[in-house]
Design a binder for this molecule. Sequence first.
Ligand SMILES: [Zn+2]
Length: 226
Amino acid sequence: MFAAVAFLALVQQAPDLDKFVLPVSKPIACPPVSIDVTDLPDAMPWAEKAKTLVEEWFPQITALLDTKDYRVPSEIKLVVKKKINVPAYTSNATITINGEWITQHPDDLGMVVHELVHVVQHYPGGKTNVGWLVEGIADYIRWWRYEPEYFATHGRPKIDPAKSKYSDAYRTTAYWLAYVGKKYDSRLVFDLDSAMRHRQDPLGVFKNLTGKEPQELWDEFIEQKP
Ligand SMILES: [Zn+2]
């Protein structure tokens, strides 16, 4: 009798263990990856490395996001152009890379992981597809899952408490997501991704998981100076 009562008390006081566990989906095998370097044939060795990275990281990225209903593209294309005005961009399952950028930054393979996240995100259009958050999640996977050891030297964003915002996108948003996820609930990024896939308001996820609004969580982040 005493044991049963004690057990009941333990159950009632048990913390919500789910919030400490990083949720994962079943990893999905990478579809065929093609390379097009007709515009810059010298980029072939780099493109081969990028292809291997895509093949190895596609299953890992699909595991980190809510991909159970994700429709896998029939092919992922890596296209290197001589020069474009950004380091890289992604349209559906085609990643276009700036040859000039990779010539100057040959070690920037993390950028490929960022772009590959966009291939897996492939969110439906509409109001729920919040651009800054899409970029923040892509950089979160790059800097916290793919190359966290380089965060301190290459990834740390300049945050100005007077000017920076949680919606600054990229590394600033990514850093904040990592902080909030670690402090409050490991399901944060997974649930934000899930909401955008299902045309739900992703900002409501913050209140659901933490009881706080994004701005309160940003103020906390700034105060902690992580
Ligand atoms: Zn991006």
